[in-house]
Design a protein around this ligand. Structure first.
Ligand code: ZN
Length: 424
């Protein structure tokens, strides 16, 4: 059950606890990025041939700080900030790394620095291996093949209010044969940069899209998973990230998300729950008529609208849209143009579209489009954090939970959290 979400059709939605558990844990063996220390020392004792090769470019190097490198690193976009329910501000962005070299290149560390050179965070080892991914399929790719491109997720957890206007980087990498690198004058296997601007606007405050006890963030920000790592090329000129902060909500009781074998939607505790408006808003998209799927039976979509299943999108304010996907067919109570009030019932939680178990896909976007919109950070007004699911070891009929009990206001519920949400 819950095969990895590696198919492109799984992009949008998908979710469900089951496959989230299966796919997110995939990661890192931890060996690739940890074992090889970067060989960044200058080639002071290299063979005469290398010296000869480098001497050809001495005249240019002597007047420039520029130097060939094996990789090209650029930010995919500016960074976004969300206050997490762990009390930290999470700065989220991605770097695209292209291998412009003869052989596979392995990143060994990504160090985030402020403009004064102060280290704000570092990614290495197994964390870096999991965060270095194929662009669309999200496959962890610690060794980057020649001419291949990967994305590196950065999740920088800072004390509240301390995110700087911009950050820069030191990126260390290794190549199989450092002597060969000298042929094209790659002396240091280090990239200093790039700079990334941070959008420090205050997060959007919303009411929760659901109410009641036991709601699990089965995918969301800020560690690798299907939402955090959905990337699409848009218009051929940018990488879009429509799901960074989107959450797939399922419901747990004790340590299970369903009764029995979970093969019927009605066995799932989330199924049928009231879906609520997160703010006063205007309905801009309603899509109904997609049939309910059976749990763990993968839809083979014939058109893109089938991915979301039954869908409602609200416009909260210009440039801010709330998307609710996989709703029960026939349950939607609103139509395009309606004005809704916060807390108003919109529909019931279902299992339509590209969904392998009843859940709500919810997120904010800057456009009313599930593909081209950019995911926006938000915080929920109030909830109680009652536990954390170990997503690496949990299954639908046995969730491994660490209990907590903490009232939270105005924070984003991080991946794996279990929330009790007050009925209003
Ligand atoms: Zn989803």
């Amino acid at each position: 059950m819950g095969k990895g979400l590696s198919s492109p059709v799984a992009l949008l939605a998908a979710v469900l606890v089951l496959s989230v558990v299966a796919c997110t844990a995939s990661g890192p063996t931890g060996t690739a990025a940890t074992g090889t220390a970067p060989t960044s020392t200058a080639p002071t004792s290299t063979a005469a041939t290398s010296t000869a090769a480098t001497s050809k470019t001495t005249s240019t190097n002597s007047t420039s700080t520029e130097q060939p490198s094996a990789i090209l690193v650029q930010p995919i976009h500016d960074a976004q900030v969300v206050p997490g329910d762990d009390g930290k501000d999470h700065v989220e962005y991605e770097l695209m790394v292209v291998n412009v070299y003869f052989e596979p290149v392995t990143l060994t560390s990504v160090t985030v620095l402020d403009s004064a050179g102060q280290e704000l965070g570092r990614i290495d080892g197994a964390t870096l291996a999991a965060a270095t991914q194929a662009l669309l399929t999200r496959t962890p790719t610690p060794a980057i093949d020649p001419s291949a491109a990967v994305a590196v997720d950065v999740d920088l957890a800072l004390e509240p209010g301390t995110a700087p206007e911009r950050v820069t980087h030191r990126i260390d990498y290794s190549v199989p044969d450092p002597k060969r690198a000298l042929i094209i004058d790659i002396g240091d296997t280090v990239v200093n940069g790039p700079e990334v601007a941070i959008d420090r606007r205050a997060p959007i405050v919303i009411a929760p899209p659901l109410a009641g006890d036991g709601w699990v963030v089965s995918s969301g920000c800020c560690s690798p998973n299907v939402h955090r790592d959905t990337r699409l090329a848009i218009n051929g000129d940018r990488i879009g990230t429509p799901e960074t902060f989107a959450i797939d909500w399922v419901r747990v009781k004790n340590d299970r998300i369903y009764d029995g074998d979970g093969s019927q939607n009605e066995q799932h505790y989330a199924f049928g729950a009231d879906i609520l408006a997160v703010a006063d808003a205007t309905v801009v998209i309603v899509q109904d008529g997609e049939p309910e799927q059976l749990p763990d039976v993968r839809l083979v979509p014939e058109k893109s609208t089938e991915l979301s299943g039954n869908l409602v999108i609200l416009e909260l304010e210009p440039g801010v849209f709330a998307a609710y996907a996989h709703l029960q067919p026939g349950s939607i109570t609103v139509k395009v143009g309606d004005k809704v009030k916060v807390g108003q019932h919109l529909a019931n939680l279902g299992n339509s579209g590209n969904s392998s178990g009843p859940h709500l896909h919810f997120g904010l976007l800057d456009q009313a489009n599930m593909f081209t919109g950019r995911s926006l950070p938000y915080v929920l007004q109030q909830f109680t954090l009652v536990g954390a699911v170990n997503v690496d070891t949990s299954t639908g009929d046995h969730m491994v939970i660490t209990p907590e009990s903490r009232d939270v206001t105005r924070a984003y519920p991080l991946y794996g959290g279990i929330l009790n949400i007050p009925e209003s």
